[in-house]
Design a binder for this molecule. Sequence first.
Ligand code: ADE
Length: 241
Amino acid sequence: MRFDILTLFPDMIKGLLNDSILKRAIEKGLLEVNLIDFREYSTNKHHTVDDYAYSGGAGMLISVEPIHLAMKEIKGIDNAKKLLMSPGGKTLTQEKVQELAKNDHIVIVCGHYEGIDARILNYVDEEVSIGDYVLMGGEVPAMAIIEAVSRLVPCVISNDSPKDESFSENLLEYPQYTHPYEYDGYKVPDILLSGHHANIEKWKRYQSLKKTYLVRPDLLKKAHLTLKDHQMLWEIKNEEN
Ligand code: ADE
């Protein structure tokens, strides 16, 4: 998987790439991440990349030209998925991450300040938001995409982790425990020490359904629930009363 990230703040992203898992994946050649400072493509003598908005109002907008010039230099860009990080985009979900992970090459444009000249939309495939809140720029959102997509690239992490975790089935993950058995009076649920595999699996499913019901009931509508799951949900709802 190759990422090309267009940003005015490449140093913000460098730290992420020094993280143990991503660093190892880059060293193994599973990932390639290029950071492109599009200020270097500014054609004016002061190397500025922003200007006042035609509509007036406070703040500066990033011009389209330096970004477009930087994009034109990226090898193979025509076959890459091109994203613009923006609070105005569709919200990122695990489903979307899985779809993005099917690409071999992703180009990400990070805005900053008050935004980018809207003509940038002629050069990207889609706008992506990481949630309904406004950050100072697209760097943190771009890092979220790099992390979420990279962990689905084969061999980047141990291969059976992704299927068992939150959102892969539109259910939140069941709670997990490690040593010690008792900490500050809090014990590991005894069922997990019982060695009874079938009961443990049932417990995990129940906990997963319960957490989703309590924290993200909206996800249950999208989850594929069996008759047994519905019975468990009925028990969970009755447990409340
Ligand atoms: N830039 C600023 N806020 C953002 C958000 N929530 N998602 C993506 N890009 C952004």
